[in-house]
Design a binder for this molecule. Structure first.
Ligand code: SAM
Length: 193
């Protein structure tokens, strides 16, 4: 059986593996909070519009060393060398594992995955870059209710998606700054109940 790590252990592993300063903390209310300043290296390795900033995947991976099967939804050109896993995108030309709409994830065996990374387009303007329509975040969260208990979702966005409190708990929120003239984003980490 897989023993789930505590947040103390996750944070300790993050500091050890990334070498970044201790910038995630367990608050008095037992919520995990943090701020990541990603620095001014804003080149996305793949040069894909909206791609994860350098070090993002390394940081998330270090927080979840206990996870066995990772699924990237809204996967774009995610760097699978850094964080291998299954991928879901609506655009066939990106060759994802599953060409599917994240709003229902009908083709995805969600029970096989214990960690989901989600990076949706944030606005209609962003969607224009991908040729897609705006996503209803609550529908994505509803589809993710099919995950097994104990699975985590790492959701990067400018909005906290609507979710059912009887299905998920929010375990952590991390603010993410890139550099001047870039939008401020937040990472919300949900745990499936
Ligand atoms: C912000 S980008 C993700 C970039 C990715 N994190 C990376 O590092 O390359 C958002 C992606 O969501 C995809 N997308 C948009 N609407 C979608 C939907 N309804 N279902 C699945 N994917 C969708 C777009 O095609 C785009 O590749």
């Amino acid at each position: 059986m897989n023993i789930e790590l505590t947040w103390e252990e996750r944070i300790q592993n993050y500091v050890e593996k990334t070498g970044f300063p201790d910038n995630i903390f367990i608050g008095g209310d037992n919520r995990v909070v943090g701020t990541w300043i990603m620095g001014n290296d804003y080149r996305v390795k793949s040069s894909y519009y909206g791609g994860y900033p350098p070090t993002y995947l390394r940081r998330i991976k270090a927080l979840f060393p206990d996870k066995k099967n990772v699924l990237h939804i809204f996967s774009g050109k995610v760097d699978l060398e850094t964080f291998p896993g299954g991928t879901v995108d609506i655009k066939a030309e990106l060759n994802p594992t599953y060409i599917d709409d994240a709003q229902n994830l009908a083709k995805v065996p969600l029970g096989n995955y214990d960690l989901v990374l989600a990076d949706p387009p944030y606005s209609v303007e962003d969607c224009e870059h991908y040729g897609t329509t705006m996503v209803k975040r609550n529908k994505v969260m509803r589809a993710l209710q099919r995950l097994k208990a104990g699975s985590h979702i790492v959701w990067l966005d400018q909005v906290l998606p609507m979710y059912r409190k009887d299905e998920f708990s929010v375990e952590a929120t991390i603010g993410m700054w890139k550099s001047t003239n870039h939008r401020f984003r937040g990472i919300t980490i949900f745990r499936k109940k």
